[in-house]
Design a binder for this molecule. Structure first.
Ligand SMILES: [Zn+2]
Length: 66
């Protein structure tokens, strides 16, 4: 077993969560603000999840049983 590392800050953390990174574009003089959610799932630590925009990723465990 090796420690898992946050894919955002590269810090070892046991409390990693699956998220989709969200890129937020601030509104400026010539463009409206927008946010882009990436399809890629990343593992983020609690600290990053509390500080950076993201969407919780669906847990994918290889089954779709309800
Ligand atoms: Zn982190």
């Amino acid at each position: 077993m090796s420690s898992r590392v946050c894919e955002n800050c590269a810090r070892e953390d046991d409390d990693l969560g699956s998220v989709h990174r969200v890129y937020v574009v601030p509104e400026s003089w010539d463009t409206p603000g927008s946010a882009t959610t990436l399809d890629e799932v990343e593992l983020w630590c609690f600290s990053c999840r509390s500080q950076y925009p993201h969407e919780e990723a669906e847990a994918v465990e290889g089954t779709d049983e309800a």
